[in-house]
Design a protein around this ligand. Structure first.
Ligand code: SF4
Ligand code: SF4
Ligand code: FES
Length: 350
C-alpha cells in the first residue's frame, strides 16, 4: 500500500470548471497517468482523460502538470516532492471538451493545409532513391508523436486565439522543414509557404517548443532557424534577387525540357501489375529526367461545420484530404513484385 499524496485536478467542460482536490494513493515507480487512472477507479469515475499507449508513443496523454506541458504517462511521480501538491490541468491552448480532454482539431486543420510530399514526375513508386545522409537529416523530425505539447506551449497562439488562422505552429514547421530538405520533394515553394501561409515569421525563437518536446526534437535549432535562413536567402539574397530580375519566373522555376505532368495524372502511375510490365515501365521512365521543379497540386482542407470543427464522418469515412502523391490509381499495400527496392550500390536482383 503506497502513501496518500495530494492532487488538484481540473474538472469541467467548455462552459465552466474548477480545480478539485483529491488525496490519492501513490506507489513506487508510478507515473501521473497511473494516478489519474486510480482516481477514476476510486473517486471520480467520470473524470475524462485521453490516453492510449502508456508508453510515450501515441501522443494522446498531453496535459499540464504543475503548469508544465508534459505527457502524463512519461512523468514519474518521483519527479515531485512527497509533500508537494501535484496540479493537473488540460492543455491551455486548445478548447476544453471535458476535464483533461481538449479539442486539438486546430492541429489537424493545419496538417491538412500543408501540401503532401510531392515526388518527382517520371519516377514510379518503388524507384525513389536517396542518399543515407539525406535520410538521416530528416529522421529526427519523423520521430514526432503529434502530442502537440510544442503547439500548446508556443506563446504565439497560447493566449492569442487571433493568431491561430495565420500560424501553423512548431509541429508543422518541422514538417515543412523536413519536406523542404527532402531531395525527392518536387515542390519549390515550401519556403515561401512557411513565410506566407504558415506564419513562421511570428516565431521569435524562444525555444519553448524544443524544451517541452518529449522526443527531444531540436525544433528550433534544426528546423525553424534553418528554414528561416533559407527563406531569407530566397527572398533577400542579392544574387537571387538579381537572378529574378534577369530571368523570367518560368525560366527560374521550370527549366526548359522538364516535364510538367503531375504525378497523379501520369498515364502509367501505379498501373504496373506484373514484373515484366514493371520492368518495361521502369525502362521507359528511366529515359525521363527527374523533374525537380514540377508544380504539385495544392492540398485541400476538409470542409468544417458551422462550429469550425471537422465532421465526425471525416474520421470514419473515406478521407477527402490532399490527393495521394503516388497517384489516385495506386492501391496500397502494393503488390510485392511492384516494389523494386534496391540499394543504390548493389546490382539489381530482380
Ligand atoms: S521557438 Fe518559435 S515556434 Fe517554438 S515556442 Fe518559441 S515562438 Fe513558438
Ligand atoms: S515536435 Fe515534439 S512536442 Fe511537437 S508534436 Fe512532435 S513530439 Fe510533440
Ligand atoms: S498514453 Fe500514449 S503517449 Fe501517453
Amino acid at each position: 500500500m503506497g502513501e496518500k499524496r495530494n492532487f488538484r485536478v481540473w474538472r469541467g467542460d467548455d462552459s465552466s470548471g474548477q480545480l478539485q482536490d483529491f488525496q490519492v494513493e501513490v506507489n513506487e515507480g508510478e507515473v501521473v497517468l497511473d494516478i489519474i487512472h486510480r482516481l477514476q477507479a476510486t473517486q471520480a469515475p467520470d473524470l475524462a482523460v485521453r490516453w492510449n499507449c502508456k508508453a510515450g508513443k501515441c501522443g494522446s496523454c498531453s496535459m499540464e502538470i504543475n503548469g508544465k506541458p508534459r505527457l502524463g504517462c512519461m512523468t514519474r511521480m518521483s519527479t515531485f516532492e512527497p509533500t508537494e501538491t501535484v496540479t493537473v490541468t488540460p492543455l491551455r491552448t486548445f478548447p476544453v471538451i471535458r476535464d483533461l480532454v481538449t479539442d486539438v482539431s486546430f492541429n489537424y486543420q493545419k496538417a491538412r493545409e500543408l501540401p503532401a510530399f510531392a515526388p518527382p514526375a517520371g519516377v514510379a513508386p518503388g524507384e525513389y532513391r536517396m542518399q543515407q545522409v539525406d535520410v538521416e537529416r530528416s529522421q529526427e523530425f519523423r520521430k514526432c508523436i503529434e502530442c502537440f505539447l510544442c503547439q500548446n506551449v508556443c506563446h504565439v497562439i497560447r493566449d492569442h486565439e487571433e493568431n491561430k488562422p495565420a500560424f501553423a505552429g512548431p509541429r508543422f514547421f518541422i514538417r515543412a522543414a523536413e519536406l523542404d530538405m527532402h531531395p525527392l520533394d518536387a515542390r519549390t515553394d515550401r519556403k515561401d509557404m512557411a513565410v506566407e501561409e504558415q506564419g513562421i515569421g511570428y516565431c521569435n525563437i524562444t525555444k519553448c517548443c524544443t524544451e517541452v518536446c518529449p522526443e527531444h526534437i531540436k525544433i528550433t535549432d534544426n528546423a525553424i532557424i534553418p528554414m528561416k535562413e533559407r527563406a531569407v536567402d530566397r527572398r533577400y539574397d542579392p544574387i537571387a534577387w538579381l537572378g529574378s530580375k534577369i530571368f523570367r519566373r518560368d525560366q527560374l522555376d521550370r527549366p526548359a525540357g522538364y516535364a510538367t505532368t503531375a504525378v497523379a495524372s501520369r498515364p502509367n502511375a501505379g498501373t504496373t501489375s506484373s514484373p515484366a510490365e514493371h520492368a518495361a515501365a521502369a525502362g521507359a521512365q528511366g529515359d525521363i529526367s527527374m523533374n525537380w521543379h514540377r508544380e504539385a497540386a495544392v492540398g485541400h482542407a476538409a470542409p468544417v461545420g458551422p462550429d469550425g470543427k471537422l465532421p465526425v464522418t471525416e474520421f470514419t469515412g473515406e478521407l477527402a484530404g490532399a490527393q495521394s502523391p503516388f497517384g489516385d490509381d495506386v492501391a496500397f499495400p502494393m503488390a510485392v513484385q511492384d516494389i523494386t527496392y534496391q540499394h543504390p550500390t548493389k546490382p539489381d536482383e530482380h
